[in-house]
Design a protein around this ligand. Structure first.
Ligand code: CAA
Length: 258
């Protein structure tokens, strides 16, 4: 399916979704968010996809929610329309792993979108920020919540209150991103990480994603119980027999997602 604000390519079991509003630094307007929700749901349902990479341009992953589109909205508009809820819920429903490949600006909703992915690989040019306070509002899709869990209260308060940007080195040091690579290597690194994931059992990868995400929703005790039960349940799969058997036979495992 062709999109106006996205470029989607599927190759070798990886769906690469590129945000494509170059004139607005990939600002997240309603059209883009709707198309993104649609593209993610399609990738999640597609048997030819085992991992998703979400990226932007070299200059901007996304510079936030579209300020032009929001500027005239009233409280009644955003509350009754439940601004951003359906699209963010759609992203969180995706069960396959999503890697954010971030170059340049990831600000406001752009930073929040990257944080909704499963992990972030960024280029050394990346800049993360929650500058909504400069617009007389605050972060609305995770900038005060996910960011606080990822980098801690001190940095989350600093970024949300001063609006300052965090560079790639600080983002890696703070645990916001998993890897920083030179800008020219970003897509190679992100695609290689995605391909590594496609070699695993897709079923097991889904279980891992669900279990790590659970740690943000529950107590340690409940999270550990959830993890153990999922771990136990994987012994009912053919992929567990194949993975362990292949190790013992010193050969590559051939997972069948069963
Ligand atoms: N919404 C709409 N348009 C945007 C945009 C945004 N968030 N960010 C950039 N643009 C547009 C600019 O208006 C400009 O368009 P025109 O050429 O038509 O004027 C174009 O993109 C290029 O931007 P700049 O000329 O500003 O580029 P720059 O290199 O000088 O600056 C920048 C880059 C620092 C990222 C700057 O564009 C900027 O500060 N953008 C806004 C960042 C921001 O405040 N984001 C938070 C949005 S609110 C939000 O996201 C709420 C939420 O939590 C969900």
């Amino acid at each position: 399916m062709a999109y106006e604000t996205l470029i989607v390519e599927i190759d070798d079991y990886v769906a690469l979704i590129r945000l494509n509003r170059p004139d607005a630094l990939n600002a997240l307007n309603a059209k883009l968010l709707g198309e993104l929700a649609d593209a993610l749901a399609a990738a999640d349902a597609n048997e030819k996809v085992r991992c998703i990479v979400l990226t932007g341009s070299e200059k901007a992953f996304a510079a936030g929610a579209d300020i032009k589109e929001m500027s005239e909205k009233s409280f009644v508009d955003v509350f009754t329309g439940d601004l951003f809820t359906p699209e963010t819920e759609a992203l969180l429903r995706v069960r396959k792993p999503i890697i954010a490949a971030v170059s340049g600006y990831a600000l406001g909703g752009g930073c929040e979108l990257a944080m909704m992915c499963d992990f972030i690989i960024c280029s050394d040019t990346a800049k993360f920020g929650q500058p909504e306070i400069n617009l007389g509002v605050m972060a609305g899709i995770g900038g005060t919540q996910r960011l606080t869990r990822f980098v801690g209260k001190a940095k989350a308060m600093d970024m949300n209150l001063t609006g300052r940007f965090m560079d790639a080195a600080e983002a890696e040091r703070s645990g916001l991103v998993s890897r920083v690579v030179p800008a020219k290597k970003l897509m190679d690194e992100a695609m290689a990480a995605a391909r590594k994931i496609t070699e695993k059992s897709a079923l097991t990868a889904m279980a891992v994603k669900e279990s790590v995400n659970r740690s943000y929703e529950t107590t340690l005790r409940e999270g550990l119980l959830f993890e153990r039960r999922v771990f136990h349940s994987l012994f009912a799969t053919e992929d567990q027999k194949e993975g362990m058997g292949a190790f013992l036979e010193k050969r590559e495992a051939q997972f069948r997602d069963r």
